[in-house]
Design a protein around this ligand. Structure first.
Ligand SMILES: Nc1ncnc2c1ncn2[C@@H]1O[C@H](COP(=O)(O)OP(=O)(O)OP(=O)(O)O)[C@@H](O)[C@H]1O
Length: 277
């Protein structure tokens, strides 16, 4: 493996590891203009696990997700207060990141915290150029190192076998499920620690959805993953921890199996049983 291939600390079974918090959210409040979308929210997001955000439409799931890599910076009138921090990591050579620090290098943050959206959004370029885009922007790589990194990323995103013979063909010629895996390859090519996924399967058919869910579960040995989903089965299939939101507040968070089978709050129970939302 060359020096450009993103460093992977450990590929051991993350189930065997005790929870270690990577993202610390404390008393977070967020607004769009005068409207408060998040109220006093505290949540710990464990390292190398999948955390699912669930809750009815408009409860603040995407708002919280988008503060984690400051995507909300581009929304006029969006602001947030409270603590949102990413633990320091000696192997990745960074001290604790205070995400809401107005002076933060947001481009650097987004290298560490990648995002995959609802609808696959490859660039109208070749498959190769989609994955090479970030590394070309951020890293000094030779042609052979770039080739290696593109292959590595496509392998990790479980799409290499399907695209290896058409790397210079158009990304937009791929199926929806392949495009979404390409977008995941593009996100991991710059070596993030965290992958945010905002309903990544909502535009996909059931078999592509299962492929992405399997991939999410695989990737968590190396990345910390946060997924917003409306699909209860998806949350229970591929997450370790689930957080239930309602009207901008965190109602309950805990191990996924516990939250779905023995929720502590009636609102959670009603929601997971499909009584509302
Ligand atoms: N750009 C914006 N400007 C103003 N209000 C917004 C904006 N984006 C979201 N909101 C409001 O903030 C609240 C939370 O929205 P958010 O998108 O975070 O909810 P969500 O739980 O992700 O919903 P969904 O499941 O429908 O995606 C909603 O009332 C929404 O209308």
């Amino acid at each position: 493996m060359s020096s450009v291939t993103p460093a992977i600390e450990s590929e051991e079974n993350s189930d065997a590891l005790p929870d270690q918090t990577l993202i610390h959210i404390e008393k977070l409040n967020a607004w769009y203009g005068d409207f408060q979308a998040i109220h006093d929210l505290s949540l710990e997001i464990p390292k190398h696990k999948v955390t699912a955000f669930i809750g009815p439409s408009g409860c603040g799931k995407s708002t919280l997700l988008k503060w984690i890599n400051r995507m909300n910076d581009v929304v006029p009138g969006a602001r947030a207060k409270g603590r949102l921090a990413i633990s320091g990591d000696a192997s990745n050579d960074h001290a604790e990141i205070n995400v809401l620090d107005p002076g933060l290098d947001v481009v650097g943050l987004r290298r560490k915290v990648g995002i995959v959206f609802q609808k696959p959004n490859p660039f109208p370029k070749s498959i190769y150029d989609n994955v090479a885009f970030g590394p070309r922007l951020h890293m000094k790589t030779s042609k052979s190192e770039l080739d290696e990194l593109v292959e590595w990323s496509l392998q990790k995103a479980a799409v290499w076998d399907e695209v290896k013979d058409r790397l210079h063909g158009p990304a937009l010629g791929l199926s929806g499920g392949q495009q979404q895996r390409l977008c995941i390859a593009r996100a991991i090519a710059v070596g993030p620690e965290v992958l945010l996924m905002d309903e990544p399967c909502s535009a996909l058919d059931p078999s592509s959805t299962l492929a992405i869910e399997d991939l999410i579960f695989e990737l968590r040995t190396q990345y910390t993953i946060v997924i917003v989903t409306h699909n209860m089965q998806q949350a229970s299939r591929c997450s370790d921890k689930t957080a239930f939101f309602f009207e901008g507040k965190l109602i309950e968070a805990g191990p996924t199996e516990q939250l779905f089978t023995r929720p502590q709050q009636k609102q959670t129970d009603d929601y997971v049983r499909g009584k509302f939302g």
